[in-house]
Design a binder for this molecule. Sequence first.
Ligand code: TRP
Length: 363
Amino acid sequence: MEKEKVILTGDRPTGKLHIGHYVGSLRRRVELQNSGLYKKIFVFEADAQALTDNIDNPEKVRQNVIEVALDYLAAGLDPQKSTIFIQSQIPELCELSFYYMDLVTVSRLQRNPTVKTEIQLRNFETSIPVGFFTYPISQAADITAFKATTVPVGEDQEPMLEQAREIVRRFNYIYGETLVEPEILLPDNAACLRLPGTDGKAKMSKSLGNCIYLSDSADEVEKKVRSMFTDPTHLRVSDPGKLEGNCVFTYLDAFCKEEHFGRYWTDYANLDELKAHYTRGGLGDMKVKKFLAAILQEELTPIRERRKEFEKDIPAVYEMLKKGCEAARETAAQTLDEVRRAMKINYFDDEALIAEQAKRFSN
Ligand code: TRP
């Protein structure tokens, strides 16, 4: 059977990637890449999108492009199997966005829940940059330029995908079947949808200093796990402990597999047994944290070591990105050709048009 599905996804290069990115999307991408079930896989750094709310801080984006590329490679994305590229290097995306802008109303953008919360978060209020406001349109261009069928992202991107689907439907309705409607692919494990910060806050964020980065040293991981937020009412070992809001257990939900008990904690057969003991009382936080640290080290050590290897040849990483950009551009240019044809703005490669007009003016 011919493979038909195309994956596309990306990240804003505004910081190094942390384990929230990893369980939310990156780990899955690597699995999908290695499954061999997809015709093509595109992974990109949305640097132009990152600039929509960092316009006065281009250096931050520039520095993080290489960090994120290293994180990608370290996590197991393989340029032989996936096209890794940088958004700003694909000018076709701007042109697509420009046409899509005619298909979206201002009020529809205002209703986009992600845009709404982000505007509040950034205190833009009445001074919203137009580029920021319209980034859902540019994101639709990112997705459709590569005819992506499948977009593995976090839950917060759902409104973006919905908006992209609307644009596709409207475009195809007006101009004829041209674009492909994408589907979101969410993590199947609830704990992975939004991994909380180590302080128990809803989200890992660089500014809150509550992240475990893929590039953290073994010592840093150890230290961060030791100081993690648990259940503040679990004062003595004998006290019953709560799982809800206890991020040590949320992380275990995201990372722990049954085989880990055989390797690191033979007192329990599985996570349910461990949780039952904790809830009952008689189990101290430190022991659970030690177990979590062992699991995280097992997962993160190979990533950290691969990163160190790639760091030894930075020019090669840029070269890999450059090649990725070239390949991505070819695909985007192909789609843009089809879009121009559908929109009837392909004046010079349409011989029928020229002949027809010649005839019209000849009598
Ligand atoms: N908005 C995404 C984020 O903040 C990044 C992104 C830009 C993206 N364009 C995309 C993700 C297209 C998936 C598909 O993480």
